[in-house]
Design a protein around this ligand. Structure first.
Ligand code: FAD
Ligand code: UDP
Length: 369
């Protein structure tokens, strides 16, 4: 039998696939990257509209504490100084995020950390000795009723399509709580947006590597598999196994993009709408990620919905039921000797970009020392 033409067939040109391909290519391995979408870059893909980079799959802000990963991405494209400091709009009132002294001042009219701590201590006292078993309990025990009801409950329940009492506590632990006047959404040492957009990062990673778009692995699986010695699969793990044990659930988003004949719509890149009765979770004004001075502006409303065969799976729902099902597929994946599973969909993990890059680098280091 003839030797396969490629060392690796990489299914998915998102960050996991692109980093894996880059590292394997550097080690002299021959890679073929395929993606079923018409473009490369996965969910970080940007589209140029009137000179503004539109984050087609939702706002992407790069942040990391890992200097190595920061230097790694900056070696392909310099990153700007953008700092994410979203606002929350609750019934027309604006609050700073994450929860910090500015938020507490806007909520309670106080000005010192001691005053804020006293109010939060009072509102969280009944949860003090309890271990939170779900997102609602976690939020109430961390920040108390006022913040939970105005800034968390509505947003969370529409984002996830489930009651906060049915969601895992870890989702909310991502958000910082601090007693300084600091609106930086992340605690990480490094943060920014690639100058010229995320496509520059993808282009840098995939330079010199054969890539084919509009190719769905499942439409021609046997033939595609025969092309390479190993497959790196970054699509949905349940789909890889033909949904044999059932479907994993994901949340999806519908993005409504609008070009406006005005230069500045909301004065900030991200404004969250935290009340339940507004169907979208946030409005993104893309130009502010890169301090754009264009005459026009493009905004995007994000409407959350359940993932189905008609839309894209974005967020894994890591509740108990789905975690059990994922573990079944994970065991099956461990038996697949010629396929490597990686990334948000194949590992069914709420990964951020720096984590996906870290995972792909770790995998290539182990596999191709
Ligand atoms: P993806 O980017 O999803 O790439 C997977 C690719 O595989 C896709 O291009 C898909 O088309 C392709 N594929 C799937 N199945 C097949 C198939 N059968 N055949 C061929 N191709 C296939 N992270 C941050 O760090 N900061 C943020 O601010 C941030 N914001 C986010 C906002 C939203 C709305 C979302 C959804 C995610 C956000 N993330 C953010 C997370 C970030 O998008 C991911 O960590 C990262 O993009 C995951 O990379 P990946 O390669 O695992 O997956
Ligand atoms: N969240 C919230 N209110 C907000 C922003 C976030 O309750 O104004 C909760 C919500 O449950 C969300 C989680 O915190 O899913 C994580 O927020 P993050 O901004 O990290 O979400 P992502 O950008 O990943 O969608």
């Amino acid at each position: 039998m003839r030797e396969p033409e490629y060392d690796f067939l990489i299914v998915g040109a998102g960050l996991y696939g692109a980093v894996f391909a880059h590292e394997a290519h550097k080690k002299g391995k021959k890679c073929l990257v395929i993606d079923k979408r018409e473009h490369l870059g996965g969910n970080t893909y940007c589209e140029d509209v009137d000179g503004i980079n539109i984050h087609k799959y939702g706002a992407h802000i790069f942040h990391t504490n890992d200097k190595f990963i920061w230097d790694y991405v900056n070696s392909f494209v310099p990153f700007n100084r953008y700092t994410n400091s979203p606002l929350a709009n609750y019934k027309g009132e604006l609050y700073n995020l994450p929860f910090n002294m500015n938020t507490f001042r806007q909520l309670w009219g106080i000005s010192t950390p001691d005053e804020a701590k006293a109010i939060i201590a009072e509102q969280t006292k009944e949860y003090k000795d309890k271990i939170p078993s779900n997102l609602e309990e976690q939020a109430l025990s961390l920040v108390g009723k006022d913040i939970y009801e105005k800034l968390i409950k509505g947003y969370t329940e529409k984002q996830w399509g489930r009651k906060a009492t049915e969601l895992p506590a870890f989702i909310i632990k991502r958000l910082p709580l601090r007693f300084t006047y600091d609106n930086n959404y992340f605690n990480d040492d490094h943060q920014g947006i690639p100058v010229g957009g995320y496509n520059k990062l993808t282009e840098g990673l995939l330079e010199g590597i054969e890539c084919r778009t509009n190719v769905d692995f499942f439409k021609d699986r046997k033939k595609l598999e025969s092309l390479a010695k190993q497959v790196v699969f970054t699509g949905k793990i349940d789909e890889y196994f033909d949904y044999r044990h059932g479907k994993l659930e994901y949340r999806s988003l519908h993005f409504e993009h609008t070009t406006l004949d005005q230069d500045n719509y909301q004065g900030n890149a991200v404004v969250n709408y935290t009340e339940a009765s507004i169907p979208y979770t946030r409005i993104i004004e893309h130009k502010h990620f890169e301090f754009g001075k264009q005459k026009a502006s493009v905004i995007t409303k994000e409407y959350p919905l359940e993932a189905s065969s008609d839309n894209e799976p974005y967020y894994p729902i890591n509740d108990a039921k789905n975690t059990d099902l994922f573990n079944t597929y994970k065991k099956m994946a461990e038996q697949e000797t010629t396929t490597i599973f990686g990334g948000r969909l194949a590992e069914y993990r709420y990964y951020d970009m720096h984590q996906v890059i870290g995972a792909a680098l770790a995998k290539t280091r182990k596999l191709l020392p």
